[in-house]
Ligand binder design. Structure first.
Ligand SMILES: [Zn+2]
Length: 232
C-alpha cells in the first residue's frame, strides 16, 4: 500500500504504515538468503550450451567466428552479475563498532550506485540506493552498507524486494532503532522493450522501527538524502 506525500517539494510514494502486512523476521530473512543447492546447479558446460541455444533462437549461428567465444564470455559475465548469491550480507554486517562516543543520531549513506538485474527479463536495473539508520549503540563501517546493497543487487531482483531486503538485514543484524531505505532506479526492461519509456525512474522505500510510524523521522531522512546532493 502506498500513500502519496509531498516531501521537501517532491511527491513521493511512501509505503503506508500497515503493521499487519509486515512479514515475520524469519520469513524476511529466509527470503533474502534463499539460494539453490550447489549440487543441483548446472555445470559451466551446460550453461554455455544454453547460451548457444539462445543464440540460435535469436537467429544467429553460434559456430560463426564472432560468436565462438560468446557462450564462455556470457557465462563469465553471469558469474559476475550474480555473484551476490554466493555472499551473505548478514555475515558481512556482523562486525560492528561500539566506540562511537555515544553517537546516536541518524547515519545516512546516500547515492550508493548499483546495477541489478530484473527477475522478469534479466536485463539491468540501474539506480542508486540511500540507506539510513538510527544506531542503538552499534554502528558498522559505511563501506559495509554499500556492500550490502551490492550483494542484493547482484542477484535477480525486483526493486521492491531489494529495498525490503536491504532494510531487513540491517534491522535484523545491527538491531538499530530503525532503518530507512529509498531506492531510485531505471528499469531497462521498460526503457528497451515493451512500452519503451526512457528516463522514467521508479522509487521505492522501506522504513522499519522508529521510522515506520514517524513521518517526522522519514522527512528528516529524505531531507538528508536530498540535502546537499550534487545537481543531477
Ligand atoms: Zn523486467
Amino acid at each position: 500500500m502506498l500513500e502519496e506525500r509531498n516531501v521537501d517539494g517532491v511527491w513521493m510514494q511512501i509505503p503506508f504504515a500497515d503493521s499487519t502486512r509486515e512479514p515475520t523476521k524469519a520469513k524476511r530473512r529466509a527470503k533474502a538468503t534463499k539460494t539453490i543447492e550447489i549440487a543441483s546447479r548446472p555445470t559451466r558446460k551446460e550453461a554455455e550450451a544454453a547460451v548457444r541455444t539462445l543464440l540460435r533462437w535469436a537467429g544467429d549461428d553460434p559456430a560463426r567466428e564472432g560468436l565462438q567465444d560468446t557462450p564462455r564470455r556470457v557465462v563469465r559475465a553471469y558469474e559476475e552479475f550474480f555473484s551476490g548469491y554466493g555472499q551473505d550480507p548478514a555475515a558481512l554486517l556482523a562486525r560492528t563498532f561500539e566506540e562511537v562516543e555515544g553517537y546516536d543520531e541518524m547515519i545516512v549513506l546516500r547515492d550508493i550506485r548499483f546495477e541489478s538485474y530484473c527477475e522478469h527479463h534479466m536485463v539491468p536495473i540501474i539506480g542508486r540506493a540511500h540507506v539510513g539508520y538510527l544506531p542503538d549503540g552499534k554502528v558498522v563501517g559505511l563501506s559495509k552498507i554499500a556492500r550490502v546493497v551490492d550483494i542484493f543487487a547482484h542477484r535477480l531482483q525486483t526493486q521492491e524486494a531489494m529495498t525490503a531486503q536491504i532494510a531487513a538485514v540491517i534491522q535484523d543484524v545491527l538491531n538499530p532503532r530503525g532503518v530507512a531505505v529509498i531506492v531510485e532506479a531505471e528499469h531497462m526492461c521498460m526503457a528497451m522493450r515493451g512500452i519503451r519509456k526512457q528516463g522514467s525512474t521508479t522509487m521505492t522505500s522501506t522504513f522499519t522501527g522508529s521510522f515506520k510510524n514517524s513521518p517526522e523521522e522519514q522527512v528528516r531522512f529524505v531531507t538528508m538524502v536530498r540535502g546537499a546532493a550534487a545537481p543531477r
